[in-house]
Structure formats: C-alpha cells, structure tokens
Ligand binder design. Structure first.
Ligand SMILES: [Zn+2]
Length: 188
C-alpha cells in the first residue's frame, strides 16, 4: 500500500524534525501553557495519560509517538487538542467513552493535524465549531491513513467521531460539523 507507506514516512520525518517540549517556567507565574491547562480542568492523575500512551504505542508503534507527549485533562468534556509543540491532550471524558481502537483513532486524528499543519500556531481541537471543517476533515483523512499504515481498523475513526457527537458536552454547532465530517470519511 504505497500511499500508506508514504504517510508513515511522513510521520517519521515529522517526528525526526523534533519539537521543543521545554517552555520557560516561572515559580511565581503560570506560563500561558500552564494557564491553558488549568482553564481546561488541569491534569488528570498521571496513570491515565500513561494508559493512553501505552495503548496508542502498542497500536501505532512507539516510534510514531516518540516525539509526542500525551496528557489527559481532568475534564468530563469529549475533547482532544494538539499543540504545535506536539503535546496532545485528551480530556478524561473522551478517554472514558472510547475503546482502545477509538482512543488510537483520536490520537491519529491529532497526529493528522501535526502532519497537516506544521504551520499551526495554536492548539487545534478534535472537534470545535471554531476550527474550519476542511482542516478537521484533512486531519480525519490523515488519521485514517496513519491507522491503515499500521494495519488498524479505520472504522474506529467513524465510531470515535460519533461518540464525540453524542456526548452531552458537545455543542449543536460542533454536532453539525461532526455530521459533515463523518459523511466525508473514506477508507477504501
Ligand atoms: Zn481536529
């Protein structure tokens, strides 16, 4: 499957490009990043992030996630975010709703953003009324290519998005955008 292999190569090249995971820290004032984390519920207990990292590393290979840091936010919302510095955040409410395959699909979608927009300069979300649907649909497509490159079931992308759509925290605007994106999903 040449296309899947080239996507895998892109992933590896992107990872090899490295990322900065260090930010200036201050004892007296939170960094913008820390403030953002706090405004999204703070961090859930570390074992939860470790669980997600273990599941996704097993499914996608540790090398695929080597330069990423996966964190879990202590929030009931069904959301996920990718930061340009390759930090990926999933909310506890999303992790709780998903099977291991769907969890991997959610992380593959976020990796899709990082591949798609090496140019992003703000955190992008799994589903938001504010993020253009075409940007989200591209991340879905790249996420599916990542799943296929690793022999994983691409239908998990669809069931994951359906679960986000039916979550109580998801707004009507986002639900409508998700319906459009689900209709655009293709894997053969
Ligand atoms: Zn997204």
């Amino acid at each position: 499957m040449p296309e899947a292999k080239s996507i895998l190569l892109m992933v590896m090249i992107a990872m090899a490009g490295g990322c900065s995971t260090h930010q200036a820290r201050s004892l007296s004032r939170a960094t913008p990043h820390q403030a953002w984390v706090r405004s999204h519920g703070g961090l859930a207990p570390a074992p939860l992030a470790q669980h997600v990292t273990t599941v996704c590393s097993r499914q996608l290979g540790a090398a695929t996630l080597a330069d990423c840091q996966i964190h879990v936010l202590d929030s009931d919302a069904a959301v996920a975010f990718a930061w340009p510095d390759r930090r990926i955040y999933l909310a506890r409410g999303l992790v709780a709703r998903l099977t291991d395959d769907e969890l991997t699909a959610a992380v593959a979608h976020e990796l899709g953003h990082l591949l798609d927009d090496g140019l992003i300069d703000h955190p992008v979300t799994l589903a938001s009324g504010r993020t253009p649907t075409d940007c989200e649909a591209r991340a879905d497509r790249l996420g599916i290519a990542i799943l296929l490159a690793h022999g994983k079931n691409p239908t998990a992308m669809k069931s994951m998005l359906e679960k986000v759509r039916s979550a109580p925290s998801t707004s009507d605007t986002t639900r409508a955008a998700l319906t459009e994106r689900i209709a655009l999903l293709r894997w053969n």
